[in-house]
Design a protein around this ligand. Structure first.
Ligand code: ZN
Length: 508
């Protein structure tokens, strides 16, 4: 490759070229990743690993070249910066952020982390299978130690956990989250007690029948089309764990999984990933190769999937619209079932031990429990040895149940073993953002329920396109929410929504 720094071009043009190259490499790597999860034969793993390692190495090398730092410094000079277009200014900011994160960590720390997490995941698998915490504890201690070093290299204002959080949710701080979550937690615990005290449970039997997998997939495609998913700019395939990946807004891949005895599994996986995909398809095409036309954070991404999955997909208007379509495909199974019966069945609340199986109400308690533990762990307030007891005690306090063993408790998730510390809170942030967006949308479109019941999902998509999608990474997450809703992120909208919705379903 020619060294572009030798050419006589403006610094901004050179930066464009260099950033675009990094975006291309990253998308190419995503294609390989998608293929690995969906199409690749078993034996393909051998060469795929080296292909990915080479591509990732190349990407890191191209992006961390000192020349990029030099170009940024030149372009950040006020006289240069002020002369740039707003989108170029946004590119400077996002590139600076990414460049600093990529260059602040010494290569030795990156290597140690890669090694510690590879070993950590392996040890975690065995420890979980045998439900033996002490098998995993020394590996986690090493990972926590390295993550503390990472936080120190990245830098932070208040506490080390802030530096880790910032990777997934730029601008979010531990103090802000603690405030949002404390309120959400106590209100959710109260709501959960009220639900339990009714002694009622919706009947799920309409979902738990034999549903032909191919027909289920056809139904999910019908729903995705109705949501506005562009099948000429994406596709849906099958994988063990559903996910969304994007190679640019005009090629967004989602996956789902099917259970032939539970209608809920494929439908809600598709709607959830479909919500992620609509965001990716709506990102500003012209800014993709500047790095600005990308999603701004995991929390914002999750707000899009949750809004479609829970606020729309588990609502009465949605079922009023889709039930006649479902009945055409599955006349016997749906029989005389009403939209209300489906709404009850898909919104059943259970105090369960496993996060990934949790319902909309208890889900946030699972997250808050993890947030409280991991931030104290990184802050040095607790030790790895304290985790099982602390986990069980919090589980009893929040969810009203104590795991019978560590496999169903502290060992259930892979995140810590993978070094993903600071990641969990983004799931609940997604729910908070979604509720706030939803409340704003309802205020601005008073006949929203009637429109949704008639299948007009376009009204929601257009609104999200305008308020969220088209902005890419121009604003920080909290600022984006404030611009979209008129207020900073706050927990009340989610609390109000949950109380109203579940009050109706459980009759209080
Ligand atoms: Zn998601």
């Amino acid at each position: 490759m020619k060294d572009i720094s030798m050419m006589n071009i403006l610094p901004i043009e050179e930066l464009h070229t260099r950033v675009a190259e990094v975006v291309d490499l990253s998308q190419a790597s995503a294609v390989l990743g998608w293929d690995q999860e969906t199409m690749m034969p078993k034996k393909g793993a051998r060469f795929r690993a080296t292909q990915q390692a080479t591509l990732q190495g190349l990407l890191h090398e191209r992006f961390t070249q000192p020349r990029i730092g030099r170009l940024l410094s030149i372009l950040e000079e006020p006289t240069s910066f002020n002369a740039l277009s707003p989108t170029d200014q946004a590119m400077i900011k996002t590139t600076r952020r990414d460049y600093d994160r990529a260059t602040k960590l010494p290569a030795s720390l990156v290597r140690d982390l890669a090694m510690a997490t590879t070993e950590g995941v392996e040890a975690w698998r065995i420890a979980r299978r045998e439900s033996r915490w002490e098998q995993f504890a020394p590996y986690l201690r090493r990972i926590v130690d390295l993550k503390r070093q990472e936080a120190a290299c990245i830098g932070y204002k208040d506490v080390p956990y802030d530096a880790l959080l910032d990777e997934y949710e730029p601008g979010a701080t531990t103090a802000q989250l603690a405030e949002l979550f404390t309120h959400l937690r106590s209100e959710t615990v109260t709501l959960l007690r009220r639900i339990a005290s009714t002694g009622r449970q919706p009947d799920r039997s309409v979902l738990e029948q034999e549903y032909d997998p191919a027909k289920q997939l056809a139904f999910t495609e019908l729903v995705l089309r109705q949501m506005g998913f562009d099948f000429e700019a994406g596709r849906q395939d099958l994988s063990t764990h559903p996910f969304t990946t994007s190679f640019g807004p005009t090629d967004v891949r989602i996956t789902t999984r099917v259970d032939d005895h539970d209608l809920q599994v494929a439908l809600y996986a598709s709607i959830h990933e479909g919500g992620h995909a609509l965001y990716d398809q709506g990102l500003p095409v012209d800014l993709v190769r500047t790095g600005v036309g990308a999603s701004v954070s995991l929390g914002i991404h999750e707000s899009q999937s949750r809004l479609w999955e829970n606020f729309i997909g588990r609502s009465l208007p949605f079922w009023q619209f889709v039930l006649p379509r479902l009945r055409e495909i599955f006349p016997v199974q749906t029989g005389t079932a009403t939209p209300e019966m489906f709404v009850g069945a898909v919104n059943r609340v259970d105090r369960s031990l496993i996060r990934v199986e949790a319902d909309e109400v208890t889900y946030n308690l699972h997250i808050i429990l993890r947030f409280e533990i991991e931030r104290r762990l990184i802050g040095g307030e607790i030790d790895v040895d304290d985790l099982p007891a602390l986990w069980n005690q919090r589980s009893q306090e929040y969810l009203g149940i104590t795991p019978p063993n560590d496999r169903l408790g502290v060992l259930q998730d892979t995140h810590w073993a993978s070094g993903l510390i600071g990641y969990f809170p983004t799931y609940s942030l997604g729910n908070l953002y979604a509720a706030q967006l939803w409340a704003t949308l309802r205020r601005e479109v008073p006949d929203l329920d009637e429109r949704l019941a008639a299948g007009d999902f376009q009204i929601v998509l257009s609104w999200l396109r305008e308020r969220i999608h088209q902005h890419g990474r121009i604003y920080q997450p909290a600022e984006l929410i404030e611009r979209a809703t008129g207020e900073k992120p706050r927990p009340d909208y989610l609390i109000k929504y949950l109380n109203e919705k579940y009050g109706k379903i459980y009759g209080f």
